[in-house]
Write a protein that binds this ligand. Structure first.
Ligand code: 13P
Length: 255
């Protein structure tokens, strides 16, 4: 049985005041009976404060990005060790905004994934196709290349798959991110199942156990149908994670 993970990606939103209000709203409505893993990824400057405010809750804290480097003269970057130092558990790597706006290549994302594991963090590998790629029928080619970059980083496929399995995959079709247009449950399920089939070609156990989250305009109104899909193991939620009631409603659906 794969565990459900509900993760909020706050992106570059919030202030001390708005984050405190959001967390108070969330904390008031948490239900101890929920068994899903819950995660929020605040902007890095706020991570420590958020960790402290959530210390008496089961919600863990993740980063939105990290450096592929260990340490050194890399102005503006944050290393995995620094994240560890602040008790961060998860880190997003290869979010589509990082890939498109900051030109992160598959190879760079693979290096970040590997460095995160090396430094004791759980990487969430974000993958997904653009609208153009979907329309020209190359969704699976794109997604496979994004996954393969991580697997190939390790040299042989078997080792690569074992490493991949120590992280999480988040399928986020670019055309569904921040657009209000969500993938239909069937569209999302089809890609999730195809990813598992692809991994199963080399290692069935990895295909069966790896968590694959869906992201892209997930909200309370569509979470139930998406999370009901057999191969969808949770959500990576942007906009809706900034509203306590929406985020809590999704957590409640996940249970
Ligand atoms: P939205 O939920 O705002 O579409 O963002 C999804 C996302 O990019 C999460 O990482």
């Amino acid at each position: 049985m794969r565990k459900t993970l509900i993760a909020g990606n706050w992106k570059m939103h919030g202030s001390k005041a708005s984050i405190e209000a959001l967390l108070n709203g969330i904390k008031q409505q948490l239900d101890a009976a929920w068994t899903s893993d819950l995660l929020v990824c605040p902007p890095s400057l706020y991570m420590d404060g958020v960790s402290q405010q959530l210390s008496d809750t089961p919600i863990t804290v993740g980063a939105q990005n990290m450096s592929e480097q260990e340490q050194g003269a890399f102005t503006g970057e944050i290393s995995g060790d620094m994240l560890q130092d602040f008790g961060v558990d998860y880190v997003l790597v290869g979010h589509s905004e990082r890939r498109s706006l900051y030109h992160e290549s598959n190879e760079l994302v693979a290096r970040k994934f590997a460095k995160a594991l090396e430094q004791g963090l759980k990487p969430i590998l974000c993958i997904g196709e653009t609208l153009e790629e979907r329309e020209n029928g190359s969704t699976m080619d794109v997604v496979k290349q994004q996954v393969d970059a991580v697997i190939d980083f390790y040299g042989d496929r078997s080792t690569g798959l074992n490493k991949l399995a120590q992280g999480v995959i988040a399928y986020e079709p670019v055309w569904a991110i921040g657009t209000g247009v969500t993938a239909s449950p069937e569209q999302a399920q089809e890609v999730h199942a195809s990813i598992r089939r692809y991994l199963a070609e080399t290692k069935q156990t990895v295909a069966d156990t790896i968590q694959i989250l869906y992201g892209g305009s997930m909200k309370a109104a569509n979470a139930e149908q998406l999370l009901a899909q057999q191969d969808i193991d949770g959500g990576l939620i942007g906009g809706a994670s900034l509203k306590a009631d929406e985020f809590i409603a999704i957590c409640k659906i996940a249970g």
